[in-house]
Structures are given as structure tokens and as C-alpha cells.
Design a binder for this molecule. Structure first.
Ligand SMILES: Cc1cc2nc3c(=O)[nH]c(=O)nc-3n(C[C@H](O)[C@H](O)[C@H](O)COP(=O)(O)OP(=O)(O)OC[C@H]3O[C@@H](n4cnc5c(N)ncnc54)[C@H](O)[C@@H]3O)c2cc1C
Length: 724
């Protein structure tokens, strides 16, 4: 954890200074634990609960009886307490009683100084602040050791009885005794906090003088009507300084039924004298009773007519008021590096208003001393875990997507005039003719000048296929073409065979031809087909190639098919391309199936070839060709002399397309990754915050109704009790 961030803070003391600090820090999202020696919150603003021998329950504000406010900032805070119903103005007459003359003097007419009291007791403010959300108060625990763990940058707290109280990012000590020798005087142990290594806190090493006080709690069966005031300061008394009527405070009706409670304060001199005799150790009940009697006696000796109280008890305040304020105005005692703050009335002013030093923590927070994460980020919640898992899955998915996108190359297309000359054009063919046996099929290629291009460089194979499409034998087509070529004259593609009726008698059929006719007929009866595949290397000029029965002697063809209308050139094109394939190429004729039923005719495919160069990432150039195609089917008519065929008529584009394979920029990938992951992180953070707030609002409203129910139950029990 950095020195500028708090998440867990320990507050020592639940007096008004500690309680205010705890509440402020918790409101800022800090998780606060308050450790308090006493059984409840309040410190010197406590309320004492006493039960008389006959079972009557009495309440006394035996510490600070009230407080007034001069500071504007403090006034704002007090107003907020007033709004919460924690404090109320105490509007009663105050004055002095001069013991030497036996007269009341200096009636308090200054209405501008308002007196505030906690409702229903002085401790109610501290009690409420120590129950604020984010504050956990642990009572009956005296912090005996506060150690700075240098290596862990944390504070470790141990109780006086050796209990480990935990480790904290910061500590707020609200009582000077944590650094003072008085702690040793009371407990016999060294003070919990060693400030010798904190130069900013060196001022605390001086002994802060204090003034002591005894409070005498008195309960009378009837109101002290002889006293016209509810707050009386005594002049010229050696023992008494103040007397307050507790029962006259707002909200005390429950505590003073059928009686009137008063609290007397001794003079600091009297208390000092007693302490000088008895020491700082806990006073025995006898010693306290003696103090009580002396103070009551002094009260009665004033001459005021006072009935005998049915209850009386004295309480010693060893350090009721600090005699000096060491902090100075606006100065907060704190060690920024160790995140240790000291506050309390001994820092600012020796009264309740002294908690204003704690308010400084609030302003300090703005100067990066206490920046912290929001509450929902500090707490591990189930909703947070769900959001985190969803976020992680989204992030992983987006990361994989982005990585795939980065690793996948893209292509850039450029066009220019084709300046290549004299190269050949490779034509890759792979077709199946399911209705024609291999013996009758031939492949011819003719360029623009009409030159027959099937030569020795051409590698075309024919595979005999059964009716079911299984291979039964192979034949090298160029041999076949060479074999048949003498009887094959190329000119007009539609005019390969002469009129059969005219020539029938002029050409006698040899025994080879007879055998062949027989074989072919047999093959046709068996449903034999033929697969033609291989590569034709032709000149890079416009031309055509066609697969047909034109290689047959006309009389042989007539004998086999009994007319052109019976030649079924149904075909399936498995592959037709004009060069090697590059990634992403699409050859439009691949997978084309043209099957004829009860008809015959010639198929013509008009192909426009686009010369193409493919440059891969390593700058290797692959020359190839793309093409577009349109097709046309010419059904055969009775008067036609031509024999059906499958023609591929091609032409070359003068424009060459260069396709460059390129990789995406690594920086671009990183930028996209950051945007995507950062965006998801922010989004899930928002989602987590909303869910946290919704769940919190839901649980709060639920808790609120449970509390209301409890309150209703308590009230009804109380009224039943009162009726009894
Ligand atoms: C008799 C009397 C009359 C007063 N009259 C007035 C008045 O009229 N007007 C006015 O404004 N002020 C008055 N005051 C003063 C006022 O009560 C204090 O100024 C104020 O309450 C101080 O609050 P604090 O939080 O600074 O200290 P405290 O209230 O003393 O709080 C410190 C807390 O720290 C706890 N603590 C200390 N050490 C440890 C430890 N090691 N571990 C755990 N807990 C520890 C203590 O138990 C205590 O609860 C009076 C005080 C007294 C006693």
C-alpha cells in the first residue's frame, strides 16, 4: 500500500474526538475500528447509569454537562447532529452564587451563547457516530501497544492484556495518555505509542498539564425549588465550582421521573489536593464516599435550602481538562509517512469543541494524504466475484479475437497494365463426363490463330469410371489425341465431322474400328463415364479448348451414337483454373454440375481471364490468373450437323491485378488491446459499483424495516412495563 492510501484505520478512544474522526473516515470509505477502554462510547462526554438500593434507575451526565460552539465549521457539524436528533439546545437560566455574600449574581443574559446537550444523554453523539456505517467499535479494550511495522508499512495494535488487535494502514489516537507517562502511572506499563521516531509529533513528548475534577451525582425526591437557576457557578468556594440540574435537560424525562438529578463539580484545587494524597490509582469506595460527603456538605453550607438527597456518588476525573492546547489553531498533529494522527481536546481547545482537530482530517484527505478506494472496491462481495468472472471471460474472449485479428493477414489490390509477353497459360482441368466413355472423349485446344495446341508438353489423363463413379483404368489423352489425330481436322469448331450419309460408302471401317465400336457400345451399356484431368499449356492469347467426341472417325461416331442427338455431354467441373491457387482465390466454375436428361446440346463457357500476381509476406511472387465466366447452352436440333461438345472460350484482360499480403501493425494491435481490455475493465467496474449500490440499498432498506420493527417492539414493552 502506498503511503497515500488508507483502507483500514484504528481509532483509539471513542470520546467526541475519536468518534468524529471515525465517522469522517468511514464516510470517506475507510474501514474503521474504534478501540475504547470504557464500557461504552463517550469518554468525558459519558452518561452514568446508577441503580439505587430500592431499584430506581438514575442517569447522570457526570462528565461535560453541555457544550457551546464558537467555530463556524464545528457549528455546521453540530447542526447535522441536531438534524439527526442527537443534540438539542439547553435553554435554562444560568448564573453564579457568591458564597461569601450568599447571593446569586451574574445571571446569564447572553442568549447568543447557546448551550447544547446530547439527547437523551451526553454520550448519545459518540454512541451514534461509533455506529455509523463503516465503523466497528470494540469496547472494554485498552490498547497497550501500538507498533510501526516498517517492513510491512503497517501498524500493529496489541491490547493491554496481550490480545492481538490486528494490523492497520493508519492510526488515530484521540487521547494524550497513549504517549504520556500518566499511562505508566495508572497501569505500570510504558505508554502504548513511541513517538520518538516521528519528528512531527515531537511536541507531544512534553508533559501536558491537566486539571482534575470530582463530579458528585445527587438525586433528590423533590425539585430544588430554592435554586432559581439550572446551572450555578460558585464564587469564593474552596470546594465547589459548578452545579447543574441534569433533569432540566431536554430528553431526560425517562431518567428523572419522581426525582431531580443534579451534578456538582469540584474545584480543580480541591481535586488536586485529593489526588496528591491518594495518587492516580483507582480510588477506594471509602475515599470516594468521603469526597462525596465533603462536596455535599459544602453545597449545604452555601445556605441554600437543600433537602437531603436519596442518592449520592462521587466520580474522579483525573484529567478533566487539559491546561494547555498544544496543537495551536488549525494545526493537526500527524505523521504523514506513517499515517498516524493525534487529536483530542489537548490539541485544539480544552472542551468538547476540541473535536474540531478531528475535522482537520477531513480537509487533509483532500490533499492526497488519505486518498482511498471506494467502499465497494475494498469489500469482497459475491456480486463482485460474479462481475469479475464475467469481466475476465469477456476480456479473454476479446483478447483472443484481437490476437486472431492481428495474426490474420489482409490483402491490398493494385491494378496495372499487363506487360508480360511470351509466357504460356496453364489450364488446369478436372472434369467428369458420367455418360461418355473415355474412348470417345478428346480435349482440343485452339488459339486465336486456329493453331492446334495439344502437343507433347500437354499432360491430360483420362480415368474410366463405373456407373457408381469408381475408377477402372487410366489413359493418357495426348496419346489418344495423337492416335486419332489423323482422322481429326480442326477448323470451324462446329464442323468437325463431314456428312455421314455422303461419306458412308467411301470409307470402309477396319476391324480395329469395329472392335472399338463394340467396346464403346458395351461401355455405354454398362453406364461407363470418364474423368478428364491434367494441365494444358497454351499460348497467352485468346483461344478455346473443348471436350467432345470430335476425335472420333465420323463413321465410327455415327455407328456408336446413331446421331448427334444421342451424345450426352453432361458434365461435372471439379476444378478449372488458370494457374496456381493463392489464399482467398475463387474459381467460379469449380463444383459446376450440368446434367442433361432426354436432350443434347453444346455447352459454351465464355471466360475472361484476369492476369494476377500474388505477393506473400516474404515477398515471393506467384503468377496466376483469376477469371470471370458466363455460360450458354445450345440445344441440338435435328437439322444440325455439328456434334455436341463442352467449349471453354477464353480471352485475356490487358490489366494485371497485383495482390499483396500484408500484416497489421503491432502498435495498432497493442492500442486496440488496451482500448478493448481497458474498456471492459471500466465497464465491469461500473457494473460492480451499480450492483454493490443496488444490493446495499436493498439490504439497507431491509435492515431499516427490521430496526423499525424492533423499535416498535421495545416501545410496546416499555409501555406495558409502565402500566404495570
Ligand atoms: C467534569 C468535566 C466537565 C466538563 N465540562 C465541559 C464543558 O462544560 N464544556 C465543554 O465543552 N467541555 C467540558 N469538558 C471537557 C470535555 O468533556 C472534553 O474536552 C471532551 O469530552 C474531550 O473529548 P476527547 O475525545 O478529546 O477525549 P476523551 O473524551 O477523554 O476521549 C478519549 C477516550 O480515549 C479512551 N482511551 C484512552 N486511552 C485508551 C487506550 N489506550 N485504549 C483504548 N481507549 C483509550 C478513553 O477511555 C476515552 O474514552 C468537561 C470535562 C469534564 C471531565
Amino acid at each position: 500500500m502506498s503511503s497515500g492510501s488508507f483502507s483500514k484505520v484504528a481509532v483509539i478512544g471513542s470520546g467526541i474526538s475519536g468518534a468524529v474522526c471515525a465517522s469522517i473516515l468511514a464516510a470517506g470509505g475507510v474501514s474503521v475500528t474504534v478501540f475504547e477502554t470504557g464500557r461504552g462510547a463517550g469518554g468525558r462526554m459519558s452518561q452514568r447509569r446508577e441503580t439505587t438500593e430500592d431499584g430506581r434507575v438514575l442517569f447522570f451526565d457526570h462528565g461535560a454537562p453541555y457544550f457551546s460552539v464558537s467555530d463556524k465549521e464545528v457549528m455546521g457539524v453540530v447542526r447535522s447532529w441536531e438534524a439527526r436528533g442527537l443534540v438539542s439546545e439547553w435553554q435554562v437560566p444560568f448564573g453564579s452564587f457568591d458564597q461569601s455574600t450568599g447571593k446569586y449574581v451574574d445571571f446569564d443574559k447572553d442568549e447568543t451563547t447557546k448551550k447544547y446537550v446530547g439527547v437523551p444523554g451526553m454520550n448519545s453523539i459518540c454512541k451514534a457516530l461509533c455506529s455509523d456505517p463503516g465503523v466497528e467499535a470494540k469496547y472494554g479494550i485498552t490498547v497497550g501497544k501500538v507498533d510501526w511495522l516498517c517492513d510491512r508499512n503497517l501498524w500493529s495494535l496489541i491490547s493491554l492484556d496481550g490480545q492481538d488487535l490486528g494490523q492497520f494502514d493508519g492510526v488515530v489516537a484521540s487521547d494524550k495518555n497513549v504517549v504520556s507517562a500518566r499511562f505508566t502511572g495508572v497501569t505500570g506499563r510504558p505508554p502504548p505509542l513511541d513517538i520518538t521516531s516521528s519528528p512531527d509529533l515531537a511536541i507531544l513528548s512534553q508533559d501536558i498539564p491537566v486539571r482534575s475534577c470530582f463530579a458528585l451525582m445527587l438525586a433528590f425526591s423533590e425539585p430544588l425549588s430554592s435554586i432559581p437557576l439550572k446551572g450555578v457557578s460558585f464564587k469564593n468556594s474552596q470546594l465547589l465550582s459548578w452545579a447543574y440540574c441534569d433533569s432540566s435537560k431536554p430528553g431526560r424525562s425517562h431518567a428523572s421521573s419522581n426525582c431531580e438529578c443534579w451534578v456538582l463539580h469540584s474545584t480543580a484545587e480541591y481535586a488536586q489536593g485529593v489526588i496528591a494524597r491518594t495518587g492516580l490509582k483507582k480510588l477506594s469506595s471509602d475515599a470516594l464516599s468521603k469526597v462525596a460527603e465533603e462536596l455535599l456538605h459544602e453545597f449545604e453550607a452555601t445556605g441554600i435550602n437543600i433537602p437531603h438527597p436519596f442518592f449520592m456518588k462521587a466520580h474522579r476525573w483525573g484529567s478533566a481538562f487539559p491546561a494547555i492546547a498544544i496543537g495551536g489553531d488549525g494545526k493537526c498533529l500527524w505523521d504523514k509517512n506513517k499515517r498516524l494522527a493525534i487529536c483530542g481536546d489537548f490539541c485544539a481547545s480544552p472542551n468538547v469543541e476540541g473535536f474540531k482537530m478531528g475535522l482537520k482530517l477531513q480537509s487533509l484527505r483532500n490533499f492526497d494524504a488519505f486518498p482511498r478506494a471506494e467502499q465497494h472496491l475494498l469489500q469482497k462481495t459475491r456480486s463482485g466475484a460474479v462481475v469479475s468472472i464475467i469481466g475476465l471471460i469477456i476480456m479473454a474472449t476479446l483478447f483472443v479475437h484481437e490476437l486472431k485479428y492481428y495474426l490474420t493477414t489482409y490483402t491490398v489490390h493494385q491494378m496495372s497494365v499487363d506487360v508480360k509477353r511470351g509466357e504460356t497459360l496453364p489450364i488446369h482441368i478436372n472434369m467428369t463426363f458420367p455418360s461418355l466413355p473415355c474412348e470417345v472423349l478428346s480435349v482440343d485446344a485452339i488459339d486465336m490463330s486456329g493453331k492446334h495446341e495439344v502437343d507433347l508438353h500437354t499432360n491430360i489423363w483420362k480415368l474410366r469410371l463405373t456407373r457408381e463413379g469408381h475408377i477402372t483404368g487410366t489413359e493418357y489423352l495426348s496419346d489418344l489425341v495423337e492416335k486419332e489425330h489423323s482422322a481429326h481436322k480442326h477448323g470451324d469448331s462446329n464442323d468437325h465431322h463431314e456428312d455421314p450419309n455422303k461419306n458412308k460408302n467411301e470409307h470402309g471401317l477396319g476391324s480395329d474400328a469395329e472392335t472399338m465400336i463394340k467396346n464403346v457400345k458395351n461401355a455405354m451399356e454398362n453406364g461407363e463415364g470418364c474423368q478428364v484431368f491434367g494441365v494444358l499449356d497454351v499460348q497467352r492469347v485468346a483461344g478455346n479448348f473443348h471436350v467432345s467426341v470430335h476425335g472420333l472417325n465420323i463413321f465410327v461416331a455415327q455407328q456408336i451414337f446413331d446421331g448427334a442427338k444421342n451424345v450426352n455431354v453432361s458434365h461435372v467441373i471439379h476444378d478449372l483454373s488458370f494457374g496456381p491457387k493463392y489464399p482467398g482465390i475463387h474459381n467460379p466454375l469449380d463444383g459446376t454440375t450440368r446434367i442433361l436428361h432426354d436432350t443434347s446440346g453444346t455447352f459454351k463457357y465464355y471466360i475472361k481471364i484476369v492476369p494476377t500476381e500474388y505477393r506473400d509476406l516474404s515477398h515471393r511472387v506467384m503468377p496466376t490468373n483469376q477469371f470471370s465466366v458466363t455460360e450458354y447452352f445450345v440445344p441440338i436440333r435435328a437439322i444440325d450437323r455439328s456434334w455436341p461438345a463442352v467449349y471453354f472460350l477464353y480471352d485475356l484482360s490487358p490489366i494485371i491485378v497485383t495482390i499483396k499480403e500484408e500484416r497489421r501493425s503491432f502498435l495498432h494491435f497493442i492500442t486496440r488491446l488496451c482500448a478493448v481490455l481497458g474498456g471492459t475493465f471500466a465497464l465491469t467496474g461500473m457494473l460492480d459499483r451499480w450492483m454493490y449500490r443496488i444490493i446495499e440499498a436493498f439490504t439497507k432498506s431491509k435492515t431499516g424495516s427490521i430496526l423499525r420493527l424492533q423499535l416498535m417492539f421495545d416501545v410496546s414493552t416499555e409501555s406495558e412495563f409502565q402500566e404495570l
